[in-house]
Design a binder for this molecule. Structure first.
Ligand code: KQY
Length: 367
């Protein structure tokens, strides 16, 4: 594996959209007892269901610690590959490489800097050094070269692309004090253009209420095809999410994509507010005396946090009446893919959802 100091756009590489063909998917086995209740027992079931659904149409690799290996191997079906790799938690979207491809069948990874969503300013755990090394290690395993961009703090959940020259991000996340506060918005946009090889960056003001990643884009809005996005939405004007989603809709209405087209916006309803229960709090072990979750805390639940596999949309369910409404909307958009809903409560408690715990490896093809 070579560590590259050049930039993907200069070398003719681009980040493909998630709805383009994949070679596989990466996940990380959950273990932290302060993130996942009862020693991650329930979360492991949910992760297994997600991995199994994705493995129906693409190769899934699950990374685990030495301690987690036996359980992972026992719980995951045999077609899923389990490899030992140290991590600090289980957010493959954010710590694994962002892959870029060229039109000659080449694939490379980008190794962004990772500081647990805000470092010492407002990060979510310390230390994060194992996580920060995973992207490079996985590129080594895959035998692909990796772009070194560790001095720029970024997570995979903070970006979406349409594969046609447009990226989408939130200001609340990318301009947060704990990431690249020494850089201007224009400078950050330039890095995105150089590394993702896009010509247009769409900035939404914010994300999902109480999303502890400083409101990643992948929880609020996603491309479903070029020129078309789904936006997390509520009609309840008393919900703090209402003004947040409305401001995103206003931003999208004013925008065009890289090809100069207006965006079609499909509203995807959020479930009714999901609050942490007392029992769930009791199942979480705090490492430093601070409670990691407080009873009544509102979790950042959104159906936008789905994974697009080769054959399916693997999306969260919250045991809520909106589960069926959201699934029907996505079924109407992704007509060639199966809609698979996974009970995601035990992933949500950790602070993210199905998109956050997965990272696609695009299929590099000659064009
Ligand atoms: O949503 C994500 N991409 C990660 C959330 C991390 C939460 C840590 N408790």
């Amino acid at each position: 594996m070579n560590i590259l100091q050049t930039k993907p756009s200069i070398d003719g590489y681009r980040m493909p959209a998630e709805y383009e063909k994949h070679q596989g998917c990466i996940m990380i086995w959950p273990e932290r007892a302060d993130s996942w209740q009862y020693g991650a027992v329930a979360a492991r079931n949910a992760f297994t269901n997600v991995a199994t659904a994705i493995a129906k149409s693409e190769k899934v690799t699950v990374c685990t610690s030495f301690e987690g290996y036996d359980t992972a191997r026992k719980m995951l079906p045999p077609e899923i590959r389990v490899v030992e790799m140290s991590s600090d938690d289980s957010w493959a979207r954010d710590v694994m490489p962002t892959f870029v491809v060229n039109d000659k069948g080449g694939i490379r990874g980008i190794d962004w800097g990772f500081n647990a969503w805000g470092g010492l300013v407002d990060g979510l755990y310390f230390p994060w050094d194992k996580d920060n090394k995973m992207a490079r290690k996985f590129c080594d395993l895959l035998e692909v070269d990796v772009y070194n961009n560790r001095h720029f703090i970024m997570e995979g959940g903070a970006i979406h692309v349409d594969g046609k020259g447009t990226a989408m991000v939130t200001e609340s996340c990318l301009l947060s004090a704990g990431r690249n506060s020494h850089m201007s918005k224009e400078e950050i946009e330039e890095v995105l253009k150089e590394y993702l090889n896009v010509s247009k960056v769409i900035w939404l003001p914010c994300g999902i209420y109480e999303d502890e990643t400083n409101e990643h884009i992948d929880n609020i809005c996603a491309f479903v095809e070029p020129g078309h996005v789904v936006l997390a939405w509520t009609d309840d004007e008393t919900d703090p999410q209402y003004e947040m989603s409305k401001s995103c809709l206003e931003a999208l209405d004013k925008e065009t994509d890289a090809m100069g087209n207006k965006l079609k916006v499909t509203k995807l309803p959020i479930p009714s507010p999901q609050y942490v229960t007392e029992e769930e709090c009791q199942g979480l072990i705090d490492f430093d005396g601070e409670p990691t979750r407080i009873e009544g805390y509102r979790l950042a639940a959104s159906y936008v946090n789905f994974y697009i596999s080769n054959g399916a949309i693997v999306m969260p369910a919250f045991n809520d009446p909106m589960d069926h409404v959201a699934a029907d909307i996505l079924r109407g958009i992704f007509t060639t893919r199966e809609i698979i809903q996974i009970d995601a409560r035990d992933i949500l408690i950790g602070g993210g959802n199905i998109h956050c715990i997965t990272q696609q490896i695009p299929l590099a093809a000659k064009r």
